[in-house]
Design a protein around this ligand. Structure first.
Ligand code: DSN
Length: 426
């Protein structure tokens, strides 16, 4: 194959990917689908440009329209999240976390956060961003039954450890964290309260999850592409007094040029969420509860039945009896049901090659217009593969059939265009 063929092959591979996802059930809890308007904006000339520095105070010429969009993004985010300070420049959730660690702590300081098997994100750990900043990480005591931070033990630990940072938020995130209950303990020892809202940002925006800044958090870091349906990237929301340090930590600290095309796409997604966010977030949570209930009725061990399974977009299932997370996730992929294996709190971290669980997210299928009835169908499809051992080819056909009616992005200004349309822009 010559260079020309390679170049066009990439485009063809993407077309195949679009076709595949158009026939699949996308259930990965950290992903979403953007509207066509967001995609159009992301393919613009902004992806070729530089705009170092704050909007209105750039180090490059040619930024007048970039400034206009960035000011708009900040204004829309301030309104949506009721946050005095907004930074739309982090290029990912992990970069947002690292910027917060730089702004709010020094090397050698201690942070309390959740361990990875309890749902903590990798960037909260010493082997990742927290360690890059030189933070010593102590773990929150965790209640495996309640799938949440143990409030009494955590209060005791905060008083003992006297950390510089207390970090809430997680990648396994079924229930709101006890921010209100523990923030005042953190303040007693002089700690700053940070909340990684990457997974639940869309639910926070739609007012269907806890509102961390109102409950005592000082700073929220997040990615903007999980329950929040924007293009990939990060964002920081904070109380005004942290703004100066956070701005410096992002630029010149960690980001030279931010990703201007994704920043513009984020501005579009913010406007969509101001318009449709509440209805979308409500349906996401309803769908997660309906899916969990239906999976439980199919015979799966769904976590936290005693608490109504979930209050977020996530459903966690212990599939040890079905052969473990790896086997189940791989079998489901053969039927075009796309989700990921996941460590459960009682798994040894060294078991990550075959953990006991699978994690399911309802945000993307909700964006595609699915409701409670479809959640029951999805549970049946999953059970046909993972419990009944039916042929994945047969299930795949039924998955494609279900998807035929759900191929447009709802809660957007897209109208009736197909979400998987391959757009030949500009
Ligand atoms: N690793 C991602 C997740 O799937 O939760 C978060 O970055």
């Amino acid at each position: 194959m010559g260079n020309r063929e390679h170049a066009f092959r990439v485009r063809d591979i993407l077309k195949e990917h679009h076709r595949w996802f158009g026939e699949s059930l996308p259930l990965i809890a950290s992903e979403n689908i953007t509207s066509l308007l967001v995609r159009e904006v992301c393919a613009s000339d902004f992806s070729h440009r530089y705009a170092e520095g704050e909007a209105g105070k750039r180090f490059y010429q040619g930024c007048k329209y970039i400034d206009e969009v960035e000011f708009l993004a900040i204004e829309l985010a301030q309104k949506l999240f009721e946050a005095p300070y907004v930074n739309v420049q982090p290029t990912s959730g992990t970069v947002a976390n690292l910027a917060c660690f730089f702004a709010l702590a020094n090397a050698g300081d201690t942070m309390i956060a959740l361990q990875v098997p309890h749902g903590g994100h990798i960037s909260h750990a010493e082997l990742s961003a927290a360690g890059v900043r030189g933070l010593k990480v102590k773990s929150f005591p965790f209640d495996e039954q309640e799938m949440n931070i143990d409030v009494d033990k955590a209060a005791k630990k905060i008083r003992e450890v006297e950390p510089k940072l207390v970090l809430f938020g997680a990648s396994i995130f079924l229930f709101p964290h006890p921010v209100r209950e523990l923030s005042y303990v953190a303040k007693e020892v002089g700690a700053t309260v940070m909340y990684d809202g990457a997974h639940v940002l869309g639910l926070i925006a739609g007012k269907q999850f806890q509102q961390p800044l109102k409950e005592g958090a000082d700073v929220i870091s997040a990615s903007r592409h999980k329950t929040f349906p924007g293009p990939q990237g990060g964002v920081i929301l904070a109380k005004e007094e942290y703004g100066k340090k956070l701005t410096r930590a992002v630029f010149p600290g960690l980001v030279s040029n931010h990703h201007l095309h994704h920043m513009a796409g984020f501005a579009v997604a913010l406007a969509e969420m101001l318009e449709f966010g509440e209805a979308y977030a409500k349906q996401v949570v309803r769908n997660a509860k309906a899916l969990a209930q239906a999976l439980s009725e199919e015979g799966f061990d769904v976590l936290c039945e005693h608490k109504g399974f979930t209050e977020s977009h996530q459903v966690l299932v212990d599939v040890a009896k079905q052969g473990g997370g790896t086997r189940v996730a791989e079998d489901l992929e053969k039927a075009n049901i796309i989700l990921n294996k996941n460590l459960l709190p009682w798994d040894d971290i060294n078991k990550s090659a075959n953990p006991s669980g699978i994690r399911i997210g309802t945000q993307e299928v909700t964006r595609l217009g699915m409701k409670e009835n479809e959640m029951r169908t999805i549970a049946e499809l999953i059970a046909r593969v993972a419990i009944k051992g039916e042929s994945t080819e047969k299930v795949k056909k039924d998955v494609a059939e279900l998807r035929r009616e759900f191929n447009q992005v709802q809660y957007s200004f897209d109208g009736m265009r197909s979400a998987y349309e391959y757009i030949e822009f500009f």
